[in-house]
Write a new protein. Structure first.
Length: 266
């Protein structure tokens, strides 16, 4: 027979282990994936949310402040006003939803300004979707030529960058993974456009692994013809030469490319 003290301890442990599990393990569907106060605390918190959770160039359901579905254009136009945070909601499935969350008066001025800048950038990206890609004859640092005719019928994944752009260089390992992911797709072509001169790029590439074709172009082509002033910027151009997606994030680029090239797509 077990001593009374030992038996009591066993009963306590059994009861403790048999307690119902706590179901409050996280937010429920329809609730914010991250509390807005945590996102809006400071710029660092906002930037973490923006780079990890804010993917507004790929498929999602857009909701207004009353949780009514609205068009993507209306959503992004409101975001560009600088008065809202695109708040990601928890869903019961793999779908993605964002809701316009009005910025409280206590929002730091720097956070509010950053949100307006992000909003205007995303809205600008949206307005350029469906426009023809302004192609010119290109030649990479190895002498390979790319023309509108030679790239016809291919999906172009285009990166705009320059050597001294820290973020541009930092994302290159992630982009190399993307190139490897599509290595068996002859219809997907990865091109990078940099406004550094040819010799500078050749010297840089001796020390850096980057699996895109590296092409020197005039800075005015990037700023004026492509209307790019944020680096890095990525464009996906479909087989008809039409811009389908623009983003500044490698993760969002990967999601957009998968969305465009998936089963039954182009």
């Amino acid at each position: 027979m077990l001593p009374a003290r030992t038996l009591t301890l066993i009963i306590i442990l059994f009861c403790a282990c048999s307690q119902p599990a706590d179901k409050s393990t996280g937010p429920e569907p329809g609730e914010p994936a991250i509390a807005p106060d945590a996102i809006l605390r400071d710029y660092a918190s906002l930037y973490y949310y923006k780079t990890g959770e804010m993917m507004l160039t790929v498929k999602y359901t857009a909701l207004d402040t009353a949780s009514h579905e609205i068009s993507r254009e209306a959503f992004l136009e409101a975001f560009a006003s600088g008065n809202y945070l695109p708040l990601k909601l928890v869903t019961a499935d793999s779908s993605v939803k964002y809701k316009l969350y009005p910025l409280p008066d206590s929002t730091p001025a720097g956070v509010r300004s950053a949100l307006q800048y992000y909003g205007k950038t995303y809205y600008g990206y949206y307005k350029r979707e469906g426009k023809p890609f302004p192609f010119i004859s290109l030649e990479d640092i190895n002498g390979q030529a790319y023309t509108k005719e030679s790239t016809s019928g291919k999906i172009l994944v285009v990166k705009c960058w320059f050597i001294h752009c820290v973020a541009c260089v930092k994302e290159m390992p992630r982009l190399n993974q993307l190139v490897q992911q599509y290595r068996n797709r002859d219809d997907v072509l990865f091109l990078s456009l940099a406004f550094d001169d040819r010799e500078q790029l050749r010297s840089f590439m001796k020390k850096t692994i980057f699996d895109y074709a590296v092409i020197p172009v005039p800075e005015r082509y990037i700023s004026d013809s492509l209307q790019v002033n944020l680096y890095p910027t990525h464009l996906i151009v479909d087989k008809k030469g039409v811009i389908r997606n623009i983003t500044s994030e490698a993760g969002e680029l990967a999601a957009a490319l998968e969305e465009i090239t998936g089963p039954g797509k182009i």
